[in-house]
Each structure stands twice: as structure tokens, then as C-alpha cells.
Unconditional design. Structure first.
Lengths: 266, 292
């Protein structure tokens, strides 16, 4: 019994250290966003200020890059989710030639280092003269997000009961109505999971975007640019605001999730 | 009769199959298959004095890959990736084990606390480490204040710093599959093993480890491979002293402007990836366990 207690204490200590490790660099960013220093590399503590949060609204190029990131993330998540969900359902249901090949292609963006994907898109965009910018960024993001959507939806499809759809068809609904009224609702947890993953990957992507951005800078690329000279505190301020935003989002959505789950369990 | 029925079934399914799978086929062909084939072709090309690509067959780029400076970086890359993966297992396994077996409402919170840091941009988090470890950073200031050291420690721009950054960026890819694998463990199996008199260590080696090996394998794959390409981590924390293959490629496509050489380096990276995936499959790894 005493041994069990000891192990329990040890594991609490260990996990605490891991959480400290995970949150340490974030706390540096949050603290530095309130740092009154004005000299590069903006590290030594010169007192508390909210000035950077006010200055943030004057830094139009930073805000614009954040806007670009959000536009790209929303558009590519929607596209990847639509295309990926359809494909997952189609590949699950129909047999056709070359299915194995498509399956193989889907693993490439998941497994291969992002830099290879980035340079391969760069070379092809340059070769066919597609100007780099918003369009190429969205194309790139859709491409690497699709497999993650497909795999999430597919995981939900295992053990999926085809007879529900047959019943719908037998009762006179056509394929399209059946898809929207029967198939989609059953798959929705997988679709949502995939979409959330796609969104997360898109807003955080540095490597692939780095090769295809042209003049349209995303927020991570803007950060990359400022890393060279020392990240300015207004970038820290924006990062802090984004962090608070995501935590609020998690608390609100997950809180809801808890309630629903408990209802289901009862 | 049956043949006719089959062909009828096929034709009635052709349209829905094309509508559902068509878009993904187009995107994957145009934006994955063709670009990668193009990179392979380019790796056999050369450049003229204006950095224009000459589409004439040459194996020069591949001969240049044997350059000792490059070989040093391949070895260094594999070294960094190996230790990153090892550390991710050593930290991630016990950690996942504890949080996956917590009972009650805190479990979900503990899980979310792993994810939340990764919603802050990865570059800025890596930069956070640089600020923390730098000569005027928190760690050195603290150690000097408590008089443990007289002069700031030189912690940046080493292989170790790069490995720290890689572990930091990639550890969720180890924790999440392990968490899933450990959560699926059936308590009754562990109880049975201990009831039958097995020592906890024996239960772990004979029961727990084999049942969670899949999680370790897929986690290792998802950590090891990206490590070879994450050039920004070695850029920010390694300062050019601990480059990975990704840095070599990035340089050829950005400042170096020798795209064919960069393409040949990318082919090397693809081959390394394929070998690792083959090993993963040999070990019984499930491809579907990746990316979910």
C-alpha cells in the first residue's frame, strides 16, 4: 500500500514537470508581451506595460498577416473537409480501379517531411507559372489537410451500418437526400474531428507556406521574419491574445461536450 | 445472369463514385503525384550561370550528395532524430500512462492541457525557448541571482538545444497515439496478470508493453521523420551548428538557388522516409493509425 502511494506521488511530480515543460516557452511569451523594454532583442525585464497591446492595432502588416492566416485556414478547412468527407465515403463504399494508388497517395502528406511537400509544390507552381500568393497557399493547405480529414472520417466509417442508408433509399429518399440526412449526421463526429485537425494544421503551418507564399504573408511567416531580429513584443501580444482566444474556445466547446457526453451516459 | 447483374451494378455506381472520389483524385494527382515526379525529374537536371534549370540528363547532383560536408549533416540529422524520438518515448510513455489512467472529470482536462500549447504558433514557442535559454534569459538570470553560477551558461546553438526544441515540437505526436493505446488497455488483463502472481515489472513487459507497442511505433514514426525536415527549429535554436537535412534543402531553394541539387537532396529524404515506413510496416505498424 505504501509503495503504491509512493508511485502515485512520483507520477504526480513527473507529470507536473512535463506540464511545466509544455507551458514554459508560452509563459515566456505571455510575460514578455507585458515587458516595457524597447531595445532589441526585447528580453530583459523593464517593468510592466500594456503599451504593446495598444501598439498592436497600429501594426497593420502584422494584423493583415493574421487576417490572411484566418482566411486561408477557414477556406482550406472548408474545402478539405468537403472533398475529404466525400472521398472517405466514396472510397469506403465503391470499388474502382486505382483505389490502392489513391490510398497510397493519401499517406504521402501525412508521412513525408513537410519540406519535401513545400518544395515540390514550389517547383510545380514555378514551372506552370502560377503566381505565388493567396491561391497557392490555399491549394497547398487544402492538399495537406485532405488526408487528415479522410482518415478521421474513415475511422468513423468502420463499423458503419450500411442498412440504415438502404432503409432510407427503400423508403423513397434519393441518394443526395440520403447523404445529407442519414450519412452526414452519423459521420459528423469524424468530420468535425477532421475539420478541427485541418484548421489547427493550417493556422500553424510554417514550412509548406514558406515555399509558396509570394507576397501574401501568413502570421507564422511574419513571426519567422521577426525571429531573425528578435521577436517584437507586439508579436508576443498578438500570440497571447490568440492563446486566450483558443483557451476560451476550448472551454466553451468542451464544456458543452462534457454535458452532452454525460447525458448520453445516463 | 450474374455477369449482367454485376455490370449493371457497376454502371449505376460509376457516377456516385466519380462524384465522391473524383475531386480528391484530381487534387492528389495534380498537387502530390505530379509535383513529386517533377522533383524526381529535376534532380537529374542542372542549372546554367543564371540559375535557370537545364532539362538535360545528368547525375551530377547525386554525385555531389556524397560531399563530406553533406554526409556529416545526414549523420547529424539521424542522430538528432534518434535522440528526439528516444526522449519522446521516455517522457511520453510514463506521462501518457498516468494521464490515460486517471479516472473522472480531470482526465479530459489533463488531455486538453497537452493540446493547448500546440495551438500557439510553433515558431513563437521555439522562440520562447530561445528567450528562456539565452545568456540574458530567465534561466541564466535566475541561476546567477541565486549565485549558482558566476557567468551565464552558453546553452544555445548546440545539438542538445536543437533536440530540446524538436522534442518540444513533436512530443504530442508521441503522446496522442500512446494515450489512445494505453486507454484501450483492459484493466482486467492487468489484474489477471497480478492475480496469477506476476511481478508488476513482469506484467509491464509481458502484457502492457506488447499491447501498447503499436502506439510506440506510430508515435516514433511521426516524431522521427519530421525531425529530419524541421529546419526552423535548428535555425532558431541550433544557429547553424546543428543543421538537419531540411536546412540543406531549404538553402538550395531559397538562398542557394540550385533547385536541382535541392531536388536531389529531397529525393534522399524521401528514400529515408520510405525505408522508415517499410520498417514500421515490418514491425506490424498500421498505416491507418497515423494521422488520426
Amino acid at each position: 500500500m505504501r509503495k503504491g502511494k509512493k508511485i502515485q506521488k512520483l507520477s504526480v511530480v513527473f507529470c507536473t514537470f512535463v506540464y511545466i515543460f509544455l507551458f514554459l516557452p508560452i509563459s515566456v511569451i505571455v510575460v514578455n508581451s507585458f515587458n516595457a523594454t524597447t531595445t532589441k532583442p526585447y528580453m530583459s525585464w523593464k517593468g510592466f506595460t500594456l503599451e504593446w497591446y495598444a501598439k498592436l492595432w497600429e501594426n497593420t502588416s502584422l494584423l493583415e498577416s493574421f487576417g490572411n492566416t484566418m482566411i486561408i485556414a477557414v477556406v482550406s478547412t472548408c474545402l478539405a473537409t468537403a472533398v475529404g468527407t466525400l472521398a472517405a465515403v466514396g472510397m469506403y463504399r465503391y470499388k474502382f480501379k486505382g483505389k490502392g494508388l489513391i490510398d497510397g497517395l493519401l499517406y504521402i502528406p501525412v508521412v513525408i517531411p513537410e519540406i519535401v511537400l513545400g518544395i515540390s509544390l514550389l517547383t510545380i507552381f514555378a514551372q506552370v507559372n502560377i503566381p505565388r500568393g493567396m491561391l497557392t497557399l490555399i491549394l497547398a493547405h487544402v492538399t495537406f489537410c485532405i488526408p487528415f480529414v479522410i482518415f478521421n472520417v474513415r475511422a468513423r466509417l468502420y463499423g458503419y451500418d450500411n442498412s440504415v442508408e438502404e432503409a432510407s433509399l427503400d423508403l423513397g429518399a434519393n441518394r443526395i437526400v440520403t447523404f445529407f440526412k442519414v450519412t452526414l449526421p452519423i459521420l459528423s463526429p469524424g468530420i468535425l474531428g477532421g475539420a478541427l485537425l485541418a484548421f489547427t494544421l493550417s493556422i500553424d503551418d510554417v514550412i509548406i507556406s514558406y515555399f509558396v507564399y509570394g507576397q501574401t504573408k501568413t502570421y507564422p511567416l511574419k513571426v519567422m521574419e521577426s525571429v531573425k531580429s528578435g521577436v517584437a513584443p507586439d508579436v508576443n501580444a498578438l500570440s497571447t491574445l490568440i492563446l486566450i482566444g483558443t483557451i476560451l474556445f476550448v472551454v466553451l466547446t468542451q464544456g458543452d461536450f462534457f454535458k452532452k457526453k454525460r447525458l448520453q451516459e445516463d | 445472369m450474374s455477369g449482367k447483374k454485376k455490370s449493371l451494378e457497376f454502371s449505376s455506381n460509376t457516377l456516385p463514385a466519380m462524384v465522391t472520389v473524383g475531386p480528391v483524385v484530381v487534387i492528389m494527382t495534380l498537387l502530390i503525384a505530379i509535383p513529386l515526379i517533377f522533383v524526381a525529374v529535376m534532380s537529374f537536371c542542372s542549372i546554367d550561370e543564371f540559375y535557370n534549370i537545364q532539362f538535360q540528363f545528368t547525375a551530377d547532383n547525386y554525385l555531389r550528395l556524397a560531399n563530406p560536408d553533406y554526409v556529416k549533416i545526414y549523420v547529424q540529422s539521424l542522430f538528432i532524430a534518434f535522440f528526439t524520438t528516444l526522449l519522446c518515448i521516455l517522457i511520453g510513455y510514463p506521462f501518457s500512462f498516468v494521464i490515460a489512467r486517471v479516472k473522472g472529470k480531470y482526465k479530459k482536462i489533463l488531455y486538453m492541457l497537452v493540446i493547448i500549447p500546440f495551438w500557439t504558433n510553433s515558431l513563437i514557442r521555439i522562440y520562447g525557448w530561445r528567450s528562456f535559454l539565452g545568456t540574458s534569459g530567465w534561466l541564466n538570470s535566475f541561476l546567477m541571482k541565486v549565485h549558482l553560477i558566476q557567468e551565464p551558461l552558453d546553452l544555445l546553438y548546440k545539438n542538445g538545444t536543437t533536440i530540446l526544441g524538436m522534442v518540444y515540437c513533436l512530443i504530442p505526436f508521441m503522446i496522442l497515439p500512446l494515450y489512445t493505446a494505453i486507454e484501450k488497455l483492459d484493466d482486467s488483463l492487468l489484474e489477471a496478470s497480478s492475480d496469477l502472481g506476476a511481478h508488476p515489472a513482469k506484467t509491464f513487459v509481458n502484457v502492457v508493453l506488447p499491447l501498447t507497442a503499436g502506439g510506440i511505433f506510430s508515435g516514433s514514426l511521426m516524431v522521427f521523420i519530421p525531425c529530419l525536415g524541421y529546419f526552423f527549429v535548428s535555425d532558431i535554436l541550433g544557429g547553424g551548428n546543428s543543421d538537419v537535412i531540411g536546412n540543406l534543402i531549404e538553402r538550395q531553394f531559397q538562398s542557394g538557388n540550385n533547385w536541382p541539387l535541392g531536388a536531389a537532396l529531397s529525393i534522399v529524404l524521401i528514400l529515408v522516409t520510405l525505408i522508415i515506413v517499410k520498417i514500421y510496416q515490418r514491425l506490424g505498424g498500421d498505416m491507418d493509425a497515423l494521422g488520426v
